[in-house]
Every structure is written in structure tokens, then in C-alpha cells.
Design a protein around this ligand. Structure first.
Ligand code: SAM
Length: 329
């Protein structure tokens, strides 16, 4: 990312590796830190660089799951990350200060607060409600059926196309009369109910998007890790990036972000540490190119540079950035 020009990206849609859940098989990967605090600190560093490459009116949409203190066998099963499990045998995420065995760590809000403290505007907590969550063998708490997506912006005013992501309104007819506008002003245009004969009606194109999104997890069949269901990130891309603009995913995985961006006439830049996943994303996007007439392009930073710049545990130069210095043209 350090090789990317500042202010070159309209919006970032991403899902970092969750804390203590998976071994992605590459040195320097994020998610296996000794403490939640160390994990959050690394993510803040990555997102600081995302802020630099974002345009001033750009947004960040970050999906992040939670984890329990302890390990899978001690009553503290880990986050509800979908997809085929490649769990890390014997990994016990260390507990942070004041955290007890079995405690929910609160990773999403730890990250949200840390990003806010680092200069981001924290604008929305979106709940991804999963109608078919991963089954859990717990008997002392409800089964987890949601994750968070945080919407953050670089500036207090930013690009957000509310009209592109309206949702069906519930009831009442739309009343566009001058009388209604005179009586109630136009603020209602953005809300669920517009003034109607009885005082309220609907916006003709639906109500302003709500903050709970119900989307079934949908693994990408060739990936052995959790992937975005395309329907989950489509609203993020439509609201956050104008047509012809560019979407960044610094944790590119199987390339879902690029696929949805291209299908919706946006460009994409992916960064991925694991060369196998880079190839997976390349194949997926090549298939898309074969069936699509869309002009947009996806650049994928390969992880080859990591061999030239091996990661050590203590370096602040993440392999992510090493990868970028070679890829992400
Ligand atoms: C949860 S997955 C993202 C999946 C993606 N949203 C999709 O739909 O396919 C997280 C990805 O981050 C990658 N990753 C882990 N540490 C990284 C790092 N330091 N730099 C870049 N990528 C990293 C992993 O290899 C993995 O592919």
C-alpha cells in the first residue's frame, strides 16, 4: 500500500483475519498476535495506510468478528466465522488485561474505538444478521447469529449515495404534493415515511437503508476460509463508491470485493498476503472477465515480494506493504 498514491481510492471494503481463529499459512499474517491489543494495534497501522490512499471524501467499511477468551475446548469457542473450518490446533489467544476465561473479547468495538482514536470518523455500526449461523455446541449463551460492519469516514463530510441503497418501505402511499412539502419541508425525503394524506407516506424509491442487514453466509466454494457473501458488500460498494471509481480490499482473499465491484461498474485493487489466494482471486476474476462486458479492472498485488522481504515478528514493515511495493500497480 505504501507504493500506492495518496487519495487514489474511493472506498475500502474489507474483512481482516479474525483474532485467534485461523492460520492462513504465511509468516507475518495478522490474527495470531499474543494479545487482542497487539492485534488491534496492527490493524490500526494497516488502516492508517488505507486512510492515506483514500480520497478525502472516502469511506471504510470493515467487517470484523469477535472472539472468546480461552480456546475452543475450554468453553471459549472462537468467532462465528463461516466457511469450512481450518482451525488452529492448540491456539489459545492470550487474554488481555482484566479479561477472564470465557469472556467475549469485544474485538469489533475495540477496533472501532481504536480507529476513531486514530482519526477516523466512526459513522455507523451495521449488524450483519445471519439467518443460518454456524451451529455452536454452547448451552450457556445464545448462538451467535451476527457480526458487525463498521462504516468509517476520513472526513466529516463524505461520499455516501443513500439513493443507491434504499430499501423497500413498509406502508403508506407517497404524497409528493406541494402542500406536503410546504407543510413538512423536504427532510422526510430521506426517511422512512413521507408526508401523506394522513400526515405520512413513503419515499417513492424506498426508505433510507437501515442498519441491520439480513444476508445468508455463502462460502466461495474454492476458498478454505470465510468469504464475503456478495450480497453483503454490494450495498457498501454502491453507497461508498461512485460508478467508475475504485474500491480497495487490503485483505483480498478470494477476491469477492473485486468481483462485486466489477459487476457494478467499479474498479478494484486487491492486496493479499498468501500467493495461493492471489491465484484463486485471479482465476475467479478471469472467469468474470470472460463473461462480462464491463470495462473495469482489478489489480491484485501478489505476495511474491514477501520472499524478498521476509517478515519477522518484530518488524513494523508488514509483509502486506512488502507485497504492495511489488504489486498493486
Ligand atoms: C477473512 S479473509 C478475507 C476474505 C475475503 N473477504 C473474501 O471474500 O475472500 C482475510 C485475508 O487476509 C489475508 N491476510 C492475513 N494477514 C495479512 C497481511 N498481513 N497482509 C495481507 N493479507 C493478509 C489472509 O491471507 C486472508 O486471505
Amino acid at each position: 500500500m505504501r507504493a500506492m498514491p495518496s487519495q487514489s481510492i474511493h472506498c475500502c471494503v474489507t474483512s481482516p483475519p479474525y483474532y485467534g481463529l485461523r492460520d492462513y499459512g504465511v509468516d507475518g499474517q495478522i490474527g495470531l498476535e499474543e494479545t487482542p491489543e497487539a492485534y488491534i494495534a496492527r490493524l490500526v497501522e494497516v488502516f492508517r495506510e488505507v486512510r492515506r490512499v483514500l480520497k478525502d471524501d472516502g469511506t471504510l467499511w470493515v467487517n470484523i468478528g469477535d472472539s472468546y477468551a480461552g480456546n475452543a475446548n475450554s468453553g471459549g469457542s472462537n468467532a462465528n466465522e463461516g466457511g469450512p473450518a481450518v482451525r488452529i490446533a492448540g491456539l489459545k489467544p492470550k487474554r488481555g488485561e482484566g479479561v477472564k476465561q470465557k469472556d467475549l473479547l469485544g474485538i469489533p468495538w475495540m477496533l472501532a474505538f481504536a480507529l476513531r482514536a486514530d482519526g477516523w470518523y466512526l459513522r455507523s455500526e451495521i449488524i450483519w444478521h445471519k439467518p443460518n449461523p454456524m451451529p455452536e455446541s454452547v448451552k450457556d449463551r445464545p448462538t451467535k447469529a451476527h457480526e458487525q460492519i463498521f462504516l468509517l469516514s476520513k472526513s466529516p463530510k463524505y461520499f455516501y449515495d443513500a439513493d443507491a441503497v434504499r430499501e423497500p418501505a413498509q406502508n403508506r402511499p407517497f404524497d409528493p404534493t406541494l402542500k406536503a412539502i410546504k407543510r413538512h419541508g423536504t427532510a422526510w425525503l430521506n426517511n422512512a415515511y413521507a408526508p401523506g394524506a394522513s400526515g405520512f407516506g413513503n419515499h417513492p424509491n424506498g426508505r433510507n437503508r437501515r442498519s441491520v442487514w439480513t444476508v445468508a453466509p455463502k462460502p466461495y466454494k474454492e476458498a478454505h476460509f470465510a468469504t464475503f457473501p456478495p450480497d453483503l458488500i454490494k450495498p457498501c460498494i454502491l453507497a461508498g463508491c461512485p460508478e467508475g471509481g475504485t474500491v480497495l480490499d487490503p485483505f483480498g482473499g478470494s477476491g469477492t470485493t473485486a468481483q462485486v465491484a466489477i459487476e457494478n461498474r467499479r474498479n478494484a485493487v486487491l492486496i493479499e498476503l498468501n500467493i495461493d489466494y492471489v491465484e484463486l482471486a485471479q482465476k475467479r476474476l478471469a472467469r468474470l472477465a470472460a463473461i462480462s462486458t464491463a470495462a473495469p479492472v482489478a489489480d491484485i498485488a501478489t505476495a511474491r515480494a514477501r520472499r524478498a522481504v521476509p517478515a519477522t515478528k518484530h518488524t513494523t514493515e508488514l509483509p502486506l506493504f512488502a507485497a504492495l511495493s511489488e504489486g498493486a500497480a
